[in-house]
Design a protein around this ligand. Structure first.
Ligand code: SF4
Length: 401
């Protein structure tokens, strides 16, 4: 059978699509790119963090329906808002990820052995979240926190190394809830696998420990990159969001990281237009982010998710105002990124090669800078580069070893 998969949303979804791909291939089925005629099975692995991701999933399903064959929707939207997907057509099969093995008559494996189309493999270390932030539908889709046994994670990473991967990204729904701590897991990975680079994906501010900060800032095999979603700089809004920290805590985390190593890249997420965000609250967010020594922001306009407490509060921020705020913060992100790049010019960095030409290479540094350089290398090599010149969105560098 010929199948096609397309994936929306986070790293966990991408990891789960890889599990599906490997399961289908192990049963003798052949993959082709999504959206081409000829697929007997099309799978849309959906996301539901915003109404936009919902709309994207519906469009992809319509596209698959138009091409014929079996059409399956799985992932978060399928889990919590399945009715909206069934309403598209009776031909859409809505199947929660945990039921997909029996439904497709395949055995979903417990680990991946590759990562289609990526130089860095995502390794899922945990599932679920019990925080129930008032805007977030994810706990309803992903359930209570569960940690994957560390032996299984070690086995997966060892296998990925043997398959040629030289960087993995530890991913999950709320990875800071990993039982025993992410820092302890990292220590085990460093001791028991030869993987030269391990990156930690987004980690909530109240779960980021001193041990983990020390590893990111001081252990050469742990990437010098932390993504810590602040969501708002207003304590009143953070409290309405149900997030257990304040702006001061976020500020102190950033200071602690930078005091250990100013070269660590710190990213954050911000939610703009949350109910009750007036000029003062937005001003506090903007001031915190202006002042904090961070390298980039991901800015999201608030999108009410039916079934969450915040959705019942209505949208209290005018959409034109929310758009202006989003634009202001995206501009701030651009300036932050440029400032970080400029601050690193003249330094040497470890780089994972993601593209290689005859005498050129492109890749991502441990501290999450996109670099282009002259020199010979192969995809997945780890090389040393000297950062020489900031360009639009990337840095020109020199391959030095
Ligand atoms: S911590 Fe909050 S935002 Fe993150 S998954 Fe849990 S409920 Fe959602």
């Amino acid at each position: 059978m010929i199948f096609a998969i397309t994936t929306l949303g986070c790293k966990v979804n991408q990891y789960e699509s890889q599990l599906l791909r490997e399961a289908l291939a192990a049963h003798g089925h052949r993959e082709q790119p999504f959206g081409r005629p000829g697929a007997e099975l099309s799978i849309v692995n959906t996301c539901t963090v915003t109404h936009r991701s919902d709309a994207q999933a519906r469009n992809l399903l319509r596209r698959a329906l138009a091409l014929g064959g079996r059409v399956v929707a799985t992932g978060c939207q399928a889990k919590v808002y399945g009715e909206a997907l069934r309403a598209l057509s009776p031909a859409v099969e809505v199947i929660p990820f945990e039921d997909i093995g029996p439904a497709l008559n395949i055995q979903v494996p417990s680990r991946i052995t590759g990562f289609c189309g990526h130089s860095r493999a995502f390794v899922n270390i945990q599932q679920g979240c019990g925080n129930f932030c008032t805007y977030c539908i994810v706990p309803h889709a992903r359930g209570v926190p569960r940690s994957r046994p560390w032996q299984e994670i070690i086995g997966e990473i060892t296998g990925l190394y043997a398959a040629g991967f030289r960087e993995v990204v530890l991913s999950g729904i709320n990875i800071g809830l990993y039982e025993g701590g992410v820092a302890a897991l990292l220590e085990k990975i460093l001791k028991e696998t030869p993987m030269p680079a391990v990156r930690v994906s987004s980690i909530e501010p109240w779960t980021l420990t001193d041990e983990l900060i020390r590893l990111a800032a001081g252990e050469p095999r742990v990437c010098r990159h932390l993504h810590v979603p602040v969501q708002s700089g207003s304590d009143a809004i953070l409290s309405r969001m149900g997030r257990p920290y304040d702006a001061r805590h976020f500020r102190s985390l950033v200071e602690k990281i930078k005091a250990l190593d100013p070269g660590v890249s710190i990213g954050t997420d911000v939610l703009v237009g949350f109910p009750g965000e007036g000029e003062d609250e937005f001003g506090q967010t903007r001031a915190l982010l202006e002042e904090a020594d961070i390298s980039y922001l991901h800015v999201f306009p608030y999108s009410p998710r039916p079934g969450t407490p915040a959705a019942a509060w209505g949208s209290t921020v005018d959409s034109r105002v929310a758009k202006e705020r989003v634009a202001l913060l995206r501009e701030l992100s651009r300036r932050k990124r440029e400032a970080f790049i400029r601050s690193r010019v003249g330094s040497e960095e470890d780089l994972l090669v993601t593209r290689a030409g005859r005498n050129s290479l492109r890749g991502v540094t441990s501290n999450y800078l996109m670099v282009e350089a002259e020199g010979k290398a192969r995809v997945n090599d780890r090389v040393r580069v000297l950062l020489e010149e900031p360009c639009e969105g990337y840095v020109r560098g020199r391959h030095i070893g």
